[in-house]
Write a protein that binds this ligand. Sequence first.
Ligand code: ADP
Length: 398
Amino acid sequence: MNILVINCGSSSLKFQLIDAVTEQLIAKGLCERIGIDGSQLVYQPAGKEKMKTVTPMEDHTQAIKLVLDALTDKENGVVKELSEIGAVGHRIVHGGEKFAASTLITEEVIAAITECNELAPLHNPANLIGIAACKELMPETPMVAVFDTAFHQTMPQEAYLYGIPYEYYKEYKVRRYGFHGTSHSYVSKKAAEVLGQNYEDLKLIVCHLGNGASVSAVEHGKCVDTSMGLTPLEGLIMGTRSGDIDPAIIEFLAHKENKSIDEIMTILNKKSGVLGLSDNFSSDFRDLEDAYLAGQEASVRTMEAFAYRVAKYIGAYVAAMNGVDGICFTAGLGENSPLIRNLVCKRLGYLGITIDDEQNNKRGKDLVVSTMDSKTKVLVIPTNEELAIARETYAIIK
Ligand code: ADP
């Protein structure tokens, strides 16, 4: 069965068509600048060149229609007709406390996702538009919602509650939710496979280091803590997000700079992180790495602060689980940067970690990068959120 995986943003839409049985990618692509001038579709059947079409897309329905046309196109399509797409899997950012697992999309589910909108005002409404558009164009095709927050719903109360009046939790559900759950789940399971051990027997820490970055503690196959919170702003220093700060800084800066809370929040989300810390040098870790290696002061302090924060979270999660068997690195930076893995792991000598430099310099596949006798294993596991969504969708449709 072919599964269409859809990841809908406010002005973009990423898609992959995956054969759920063989788990092979059939085609993938991206619609950009939906509802904005210059919208374009990038479409790539597996094993072929990318094709770019600049064409107006007024809304997401039009974008999905173009995607479906591309997939069924006589010349470059990959299926003869739409009925060959057995199901659609939608990535949904926030499922609140309502969804601890993926679910078949019904009217009730759509209503429940809509109730989570205020927890993720930038993401959930766009995800819902994607659902509505697919429903309109493929009314008979079953759809599944796969939530970024679901994997973290196993966190115990002491990990998800904040030290603020309890009534805010009861009244508004202010608590830690965590994100990137599909990735943390996929990577931790894969790590157990690579180590040849039972998932349920292991204590694992997953470092998902991309533009957005988060760490999670996975004990015996269940998430017990994660660094992102009510929103994806908490935790690690990220590309442009601040991660943890003293909340009093918000008021302090609002006074000093004569700015509103909204303006300060924009600074914390879009102008902070490694971009802000490097004095606007770059939010891209490739630039920062090159400059770090050349000894540029801004990049040295930024990379060290980034790595320090990751190491600090690892320490916290070793405490949370009273031990750790493996530390996994994933996502753009985690998968591709031997340097960042070194900068983090050099702070973890107390865990008996030694890195195998030859392994650590390899790329693009599942790897154990610690030495054979390293007490705690260090792994690189390329994440694949789309495949994980296709798997979840298939499991439910079957
Ligand atoms: P997201 O999905 O959150 O946008 P990704 O997981 O794609 O993020 O990661 C993007 C980040 O990974 C960027 O900062 C990029 O610079 C970094 N990255 C990608 N490739 C490399 C590389 N070869 N070396 C260092 N950093 C890299």
